[in-house]
Ligand binder design. Structure first.
Ligand SMILES: NC(=O)c1ccc[n+]([C@@H]2O[C@H](COP(=O)([O-])OP(=O)(O)OC[C@H]3O[C@@H](n4cnc5c(N)ncnc54)[C@H](OP(=O)(O)O)[C@@H]3O)[C@@H](O)[C@H]2O)c1
Length: 267
């Protein structure tokens, strides 16, 4: 039974998952690249079920380990320590936003999660909790049975690992759609219909910036598992591959950056 979540990465996503996991009754051990001494304030804020650790300590403590680091740093993940672990891959490929670019991702030879799995050959990798922004990870979470509960897709090659990850995601506030294998996971990567957009509210025209911000800090319309399956099954492979901020309304980028820099979440 999953009791402790090891979190690699203490940025926007690592923190969001820590909050969700703790609210659902799990313990977390959270880590980053600079060491646990930089996480004192964070774990204090997270409460008694959280502690800071090195990456190795987070992995060792975790019944389930989640990767919330930039994809560009995936080769720094300790493959030996992650052997045998069930691992959630929350990373995404955004070649336009950094210097990290790979031909095998750009040409569709590999999905980004297959790339991570190759580096972690003995880990049981499941792509998940990757397809919505960090603030909306928290805004969209709802208890089981709530009419506003929405669905997140996962993908992976190990059925038992997918079951464990499904139980975790269901406990932190979402229904889950099995979207297939890691090779299939292009269907849930950036720029696909199930990515980002379904989880944000639509912002009506003509609002002031303050009003738009208020609306933005709410959940998107819920998607049932059946509706998520329709979206995923109808997906065509994006071209070019990889996330981009192009096409995103400026209000979303501005609010996202503002919330990220202030690092605040309204709930
Ligand atoms: N931002 C979103 O809304 C969002 C949503 C879904 C998925 N994602 C994906 O989630 C991942 C993380 O995004 P983010 O926005 O949370 O990034 P972020 O705020 O920049 O945080 C990245 C974290 O990763 C840590 N890190 C980097 N390399 C590491 C290593 N080798 N070992 C341990 N920790 C390491 C950093 O440590 P230090 O603090 O010590 O530098 C930092 O805590 C990305 O792949 C992103 O595409 C992001």
């Amino acid at each position: 039974m999953t009791r402790t979540i090891g979190i690699i990465g203490s940025g926007l996503v690592g923190k969001a998952v820590a909050h969700l996991a703790i609210a659902a009754g799990y313990r977390v051990v959270i880590s980053n690249s600079r060491g646990p001494e930089t996480l004192v304030d964070l774990v204090k804020g997270l409460g008694p079920r959280a502690r800071a650790g090195t990456v190795e300590e987070a992995i060792a403590a975790g019944d389930l380990v989640t990767i919330a680091i930039p994809l560009a740093t995936f080769e720094k993940l300790p493959a030996d320590k992650l052997a045998g672990k069930v691992v959630i891959d929350q990373t995404n490929y955004y070649p336009g936003l950094g210097e990290f670019r790979r031909a095998d991702l750009d040409n569709g030879e590999l999905t980004s999660s297959e790339l991570v799995q190759r580096h972690l050959p003995s880990a049981k990798l499941v792509k998940g909790i990757h397809n919505l922004g960090w603030v909306h990870m928290q805004y969209n979470s709802r208890p089981k049975g709530n009419v506003e509960r929405t669905t997140l897709p996962i993908a992976g090659d190990d059925a038992a690992a997918k079951e464990i990850v499904t139980q975790f995601i269901e406990t932190i506030g979402y229904d889950v759609l099995d979207a297939g294998s890691l090779a299939d996971s292009w269907r849930i990567e950036p720029n696909t219909p199930i990515y980002f957009w379904p989880y944000i509210p639509s912002i009506p025209e003509g609002l002031t910036e303050a009003e738009a911000k208020e609306v933005y800090q709410q959940a998107g319309a819920p998607i049932s598992r059946a509706a998520a399956k329709v979206l995923v099954d109808a997906t065509e492979r994006p071209s070019p591959i990889g996330g981009t901020l192009e096409g995103m309304p400026p209000i979303h980028i501005a609010l996202f950056l503002e919330l990220a820099s202030g690092n605040t979440v309204k709930k």
